[in-house]
Design a protein around this ligand. Structure first.
Ligand code: FE2
Length: 374
């Protein structure tokens, strides 16, 4: 069991340079209404739109932004498209975790040569603001990674998106960037995808959690965190491990209809303010027993935030050799128990909250039980 983090790779050694996350695209049943939810509840701004009014006939997409986070909410307009088929199978969820690269043709060619599963070859999309080159490779399930080159593009986002300035734009809640994106894969498949990210994109295994770290009376899971060369992209990958009853990962796989993105962790630099705002706007979080806070001081030592304020909001704390982190998890944001969000504030810590796994998983299992899925 290793909890130490591997060192960052120098730029010259980076086997697959990625500048950072470009955008995360969701397929949703009703993008117009989802865009309202993400504004009202999570404080995103709706800044762009692409659909029939802009010449795209088969789908409508809403571009949401907060800090550096860009979400694209896409819905199919006809029942027979591949978007509609995927939506039917999975419900709302993450389709595309897009990566920003300097040279999409080179990135795609490199990835394919190393065994990546092709989705589409590089294509140039243009408008009056310039050219974007986009290719895409597959990852677990129906999830893909677009590779986006935008050095010759000066428009809002991607060709075809027009800027919008709706009257309804609630204030943000202080979300800054995507810290990590976790995938759930089937039993026995974790190492396949770990190898895939390692071989195709030069990611390295930052941390491994086994079932001794992550287990409760009922369920356990295994997880490996993969990180790219500059550490800006972190993809933990979970698989279920056998327990007494159905694990939370199996529940996800059953309801999502296969592997997919389990949660997106969104970073803030003031978690007390962010979570207060999210709660006031109706976002529902998992809760932990008050006994969690009785032992907190002893476990994590001195922290800047008053423990009673953390307890009132249900925020969790964990410490590692580099510092500490604060985190909290929403309930799933769909009726299917699939995708949820984590809100995280890092104060030096580079890890993922191992000390909170037990309390967290017991909380998830209480919800599973309510759904009749434990
Ligand atoms: Fe997480």
């Amino acid at each position: 069991m290793a909890t130490l983090t591997a060192p960052e790779v120098s730029i010259e050694q980076d086997a697959f340079p990625i500048n950072g996350t470009d955008y995360v695209e969701f397929y949703v049943g009703n993008a117009k209404q989802a865009s309202h939810y993400y504004r009202a509840a999570f404080g995103y701004q709706l800044i762009g739109y692409r659909g029939p009014e802009t010449g795209v006939r088969d789908r409508a997409s809403y571009l949401m932004q907060q800090g550096k986070i860009r979400l694209v909410l896409t819905t199919p307009l006809h029942p027979t498209s591949s978007i509609a088929e995927q939506l039917h199978r999975h419900g709302d969820g993450v389709k595309d975790y897009a990566l920003w690269v300097d040279d999409a043709r080179l990135a795609y060619a490199t990835a394919i040569e190393r065994g990546a599963i092709a989705v589409h070859e590089p294509r140039v999309e243009s408008d009056e603001h310039g050219d974007v080159v986009i290719a895409a490779i597959a990852t677990y399930g129906d999830t893909i990674h677009s590779l986006v080159e935008r050095r010759n593009y000066h428009g809002l986002f991607l060709p075809g998106f027009k800027a919008v300035t709706p009257h309804y734009q609630p204030s943000d809640v202080g979300l800054k960037y995507v810290d990590h994106c976790v995938g759930n894969v089937e039993l026995g498949q974790m190492n396949r995808w770990v190898d895939y990210y390692g071989t195709v994109m030069g990611f390295r295994n930052l941390i491994t959690f086994d079932d001794a770290d992550i287990s409760t009376e009922y369920s356990s899971l295994m997880s490996k965190v993969m990180a790219n060369g500059n550490d800006k992209i972190k993809f933990p990958i979970n698989e279920p491990a056998s327990g007494k009853k159905k694990s939370q990962i199996e529940e996800y796989l059953d309801f999502y209809g296969g592997p997919g993105a389990q949660h997106l962790a969104l970073a803030t630099d003031n978690i007390l303010a962010t979570v207060t705002a999210l709660r006031d706007r109706g976002v529902e979080f998992l809760s932990v027993p008050t006994s969690y806070y009785a032992e907190l001081q002893e476990r994590v030592g001195t922290i800047d935030e008053p423990i009673e304020e953390l307890a009132a909001l249900g925020i969790l704390v964990d410490r590692d050799p580099d510092g500490y982190l604060l985190q909290i998890f929403t309930k799933p944001v769909e009726d299917r128990p699939t995708l949820f969000f984590e809100i995280i504030q890092r104060k030096g810590a580079k890890s993922f909250g191992k000390g909170n796994f037990r309390a967290l998983f017991e909380s998830i299992e209480r919800e599973q039980e309510l759904r009749g899925n434990l």
